[in-house]
Design a protein around this ligand. Structure first.
Ligand code: PLP
Length: 440
């Protein structure tokens, strides 16, 4: 690419990391396995930028996979965190700040009466499913292919050979018995959804869905599909769980469910899983919902759930300061407009070069595809030409634009991105699309 390996600090750090950390990374997508090349080791970040180990600056369209909605090092957040650190890192005893954050989240999420704070989206999703099973006394769960709800054993699963059979594990170390209650359906496939409830309705504890699936880049659940999910769950006594770990306070102040509530009469999920933005970049996540369900949790009820660092005082300070900024009037209007400028500009640049391309966004979350039309499900997303995607990724990276290093991941714009940052990005994209056009 642009630099010779021997003098590249990123290469050197990756070689060193591989000796002590499996694959050199603490979460697989960071390793650049899908796109090839060496991951950028981040030295520091400010606003919409980060600098890698070579001191090279990048415009950051990942923002820690969503949390950095205000950009890096926002002064109000920094101040809140510094202040919290002075008072102590962790107590393992309750604090007033946990109440404040809970109140703040509940005020912005009308479907939730109560919330419990945890430390990762994985933990939140796993706990929400346990709660749904405990509250309904049932075992079976429905998830959709391409949706990610963390790496709990029962969720590392792909579809079996038919609706009468349950899923197969997608990871070694997950016994088939552990996923035998997980039914994996195709996203946006109404007939399959109907059939699954017809076959298994009385055994289903919950249906969990990303209402905009950010773990297959950016795929919206259609409104009619979501409506039917809600109706079928209600009819069969199953709980509807919205996984808004990525979309919550990222697509809109009330998450995607606020958009669905506007479009569908009486719409509300029973439980919501949150993370990413609510921690503002610190390890913090949450799950919450209707009071009667949430009161099934220990210490009130029979469903066990706990965490040494849950409601951590520094993380809650960071999350609170972040939420207080994003609920300022006009915040999401501005962020949405900026994100649309980016996706529309990318689409125009691709069109000029004659490359198949389409893009979509909601709030500060976006996706783009080297496909002629927006995909509806995981199989359609995976029709993307991998080689061309990798050329696009590396072309942008070489020009200082950092986008997701895998074609099934979403992108994120922060309030700190300036019009100039977007303009620089679009200029880089024009150059890369022209090259792509010539190579095809
Ligand atoms: C990121 C994510 C998770 C997992 O959160 P972690 O904090 O990485 O464990 C779960 N669900 C969705 C939709 C996510 O985007």
């Amino acid at each position: 690419m642009t630099s010779t390996p021997s003098h590249d600090r990123n290469d050197q750090l990756m070689a060193r990391a591989r000796q002590v950390i499996p694959g050199g990374v603490n979460s697989p997508v960071r390793a650049f396995r899908a796109v090839g090349g060496t991951p950028r080791f981040v030295q520091r970040a400010q606003g919409p930028y980060f600098w890698d180990a070579n001191g090279q600056r990048y415009i950051d369209y990942i923002g820690s996979w969503g949390p950095m909605i205000l950009g890096h090092g926002h002064p109000a957040v920094l101040e809140a965190v510094q202040k919290a650190v002075q008072d102590g890192f962790s107590f393992g005893a309750p604090t007033e700040r946990e109440i404040e954050l809970a109140e703040e989240i509940l005020a912005l999420m009308p479907s939730m009466d109560m919330v419990r704070l945890v430390s990762s989206g994985t933990e939140a999703g796993m706990s929400a499913i346990r709660l749904a099973r405990g509250a309904t006394g049932r075992s079976k769960i429905i998830k959709f292919e391409g949706c990610y709800h963390g790496h709990a054993d029962a969720l590392l699963v792909k579809a079996g050979s038919g609706l009468a059979t349950f899923g197969n594990p997608t990871s070694a170390g997950v016994p088939p018995e552990v996923v035998q209650h997980t039914l994996v359906l195709e996203y946006n496939h109404l007939a399959q959804l109907e059939e699954a409830f017809a076959l298994h309705g009385q055994d289903i504890a919950c249906l969990i869905i990303e209402p905009i699936a950010g773990n297959m880049n950016f795929v919206r659940a259609r409104t009619d599909f979501v409506r039917r999910c809600r109706e079928l769950c209600t009819q069969h006594g199953a709980l509807l769980i919205y996984d808004e770990v990525m979309t919550g306070f990222r697509t809109a102040l009330g998450g995607v469910q606020s958009l669905h509530a506007q479009a569908i009469d009486g719409f509300a999920p029973d439980l919501t899983v949150m993370g990413k933005v609510i921690g503002g970049g610190m390890p913090l996540a949450a799950f919450g919902g209707r009071r009667a369900v949430m009161e099934q949790l220990a210490p009130l009820g029979p469903v066990y759930q706990a965490g040494t660092l849950s409601g951590n005082p520094v993380a809650t300070a960071c999350g609170l300061a972040t939420l207080r900024e994003i609920r300022q009037p006009g915040f999401f209007e501005n962020l949405s407009a900026k994100t649309r400028t980016l996706t529309q500009g990318l689409t125009a640049a691709a069109k000029e070069a004659g490359a198949p391309f389409c893009a979509d966004s909601e709030g500060g979350m976006f996706g783009f595809f080297l496909l002629p039309t927006l995909p509806q499900n995981y199989a359609e997303v995976m029709r993307t030409d991998n080689a061309r995607f990798n050329q696009l990724f590396h072309g942008l990276l070489a020009r200082g634009i950092y986008t997701a290093p895998a074609l099934y991941e979403a992108g994120f714009v922060s309030a700190a991105h300036t019009d100039e940052d977007i303009a620089i990005t679009l200029e880089a994209a024009r150059a890369v699309f022209q090259q792509l056009g010539q190579n095809s």
